[in-house]
Structures are given as structure tokens and as C-alpha cells.
Design a protein. Structure first.
Length: 299
């Protein structure tokens, strides 16, 4: 990568807010880090960090430089990718994101296969809820992501990836588990553990409930957690139920740890979608999409 090393030093210190951590990450000494920062401050004729003992914070000028440094390094990465593609080399850097359910149940295997198939392609991976991932796509920090239950933005292109079913599950042995089927009207009486606000899964569930005249405000929500892993663990030690992707409970159903409760007249399906900025299509993003589709078939 072609860049001013002083800017890389500044960027690393600004990210870590530690000269010591930056030195370790850059494989240089702490005095060398200090020297580079002082030279950069002299070159720009401004102070970039406020020092208070062992603690440092960015000055206003430092915050401005950090914003531009992020853009500069992103541009360098895009340049390397484009140059590699001109030579018909499957190489470069791809910034990938995924909402929580996709990140935990679908993408790990696909990412491993993708890296094995295209070892020259480097990628970063960001996991967050749908809202957070979408905002990072909008701010051009992620090249392509897979999310569920997305609210549609005109600046983003949405491409269907795979179908998924969301089911109501509870701990095997729970009194609720004895009910093979319930009606939607019985839902408000069941203590629930659900995903956090901003979760695409939660949006899909609430939209489906609206179709059978169930108001989310009437639900008995015991707690909201930020991942399906945490929710499943909570279920095992409580008398609650939850709505989860069928993909995320395959193992627990197989070993009879959890059981599905059917809801008469309420089937919840969704589509996982690729999202990317309108007009921002590269050979790498299209390669990644084709690879995911061809290597994953949701039955």
C-alpha cells in the first residue's frame, strides 16, 4: 500500500488512543510513534492530541484529520482492488457486513469457503443489527452486506439472497412445550425473550403479527437481548419462548434442547438480502454475490 507512514501512525494512535498499543500494532517503538506524531503536528502546524498523563484524546484538528485519514485509506484500498482487477487477478480488499442472524448462522461457512477459493482476496467483516449494518453501507464503510428485514432506502440496491423461516421455540420440558399448537390470541399470555430494537428479525416478527391483529405492545416481553446465541442460552434456564430463525436452532432441535410451537394461521417467512450502495458495483462485490448464491441453497 502506498501512503505516508506518518498518517498511518496517526490513524493507529487515533483509533487506539494509546501510543503503546499503536507501537505494538505497527511493530515500531513507542519513541518512534511519538516522533512521527510530533513531525506530523509540526508539518500541519497544529496539535492533534491532548495529553493528560497516560491518557490522550483527539483535539478538534485531530478529529478532522481522522475523518480524512479514513477516507484516504479507503480510497487506497479501492485503488488496489481496481488495479488488481485490471490485471484480471482475483485480488483486492472487500468490506463485508451482515446482520446478526446471518453472521452467526450462514456466513461463517461461506466466508471460509470464499477465502479458500480466492486466497488473494482480503476482506474485513462487520457484524451488527440490520439498522447498524445498513447505516455503514450508507456511509460507504461496507461494500456489501447481507441483512434481514431491511427497511428500504432509495440509495441502496437490494438483491434477494435466500429464504428463511422464523419459528416460535421454547425449552424442551417447559410447560409451553406440551402445546403442539397455539392460536395468535394466546401469544400475549406467553412470556417472551426477543431481539433488541433495530433488529431485522424483530421487524419481521412484528410485521407478521400485525397481519393477525396482534399489537406488539400487548406482548409479555420479559427481556430483549442482542443475539440469538444469548437468547437460546436464556431459554434453557427460563420458562420463556422466543422467535428465532429455523437456521439458528437446528442443533438444539436435533438434540431435543428446544422445541417448536406452531402458531395456527401465523407463518413467518423472510428474505435475506444483499445490500450495497446504488451504483457501487465492482467485480469483487459481484463475485462475492455469485459465490454466496451458488454455495448456499436454503431448502
Amino acid at each position: 500500500m502506498i501512503f505516508d507512514f506518518r498518517l498511518r501512525v496517526f490513524y493507529t494512535v487515533a483509533q487506539r488512543l494509546s501510543f503503546t498499543k499503536a507501537a505494538g500494532e505497527l511493530f515500531i517503538t513507542q519513541p518512534a510513534v511519538t516522533k512521527h506524531i510530533r513531525e506530523l503536528e509540526h508539518q500541519l502546524n497544529t496539535q492533534l492530541f491532548k495529553r493528560n498523563g497516560n491518557n490522550i484524546t483527539l483535539t478538534t484538528a485531530g478529529k478532522v484529520l481522522l475523518q480524512y485519514a479514513e477516507k484516504i485509506f479507503q480510497t487506497y484500498a479501492e485503488m488496489e482492488t481496481e488495479l488488481a482487477q485490471l490485471s484480471n487477478i482475483e485480488a483486492g480488499t472487500l468490506h463485508i457486513g451482515a446482520s446478526t442472524t446471518v453472521a452467526q448462522t450462514i456466513l461463517p461457512r461461506l466466508l471460509a469457503l470464499f477465502k479458500k477459493t480466492y486466497p488473494a482476496i482480503a476482506f474485513t467483516f462487520t457484524q451488527a443489527n440490520t439498522d447498524q449494518v445498513t447505516q455503514q453501507v450508507l456511509s460507504d464503510k461496507i461494500d456489501i452486506a447481507i441483512v434481514e428485514g431491511a427497511a428500504h432506502y432509495p440509495q441502496i440496491t437490494y438483491t434477494p439472497f435466500a429464504k428463511d423461516e422464523i419459528v416460535l421455540v421454547t425449552r424442551a420440558g417447559n410447560q409451553l412445550a406440551k402445546k403442539a399448537e397455539i392460536t395468535p390470541k394466546q401469544l400475549p399470555a406467553i412470556p417472551l425473550v426477543l431481539r433488541e430494537a433495530g433488529s431485522g428479525t424483530l421487524d419481521v416478527i412484528f410485521n407478521a403479527m400485525a397481519g393477525v391483529q396482534i399489537n406488539p405492545k400487548d406482548l409479555n416481553i420479559e427481556i430483549q437481548l442482542e443475539s440469538s446465541i444469548a437468547i437460546k442460552e436464556y431459554l434453557l434456564y427460563s420458562e420463556t419462548a422466543t422467535f428465532l430463525s429455523i437456521q439458528s436452532v437446528v442443533s438444539e432441535l436435533k438434540y431435543n434442547e428446544l422445541t417448536v410451537i406452531d402458531i395456527k394461521g401465523l407463518d413467518i417467512f423472510r428474505t435475506f438480502e444483499f445490500i450495497q450502495l446504488q451504483g457501487k458495483y465492482t467485480r469483487l462485490t459481484e463475485l462475492f454475490k455469485r459465490f454466496c448464491i451458488s454455495n448456499y441453497n436454503l431448502k
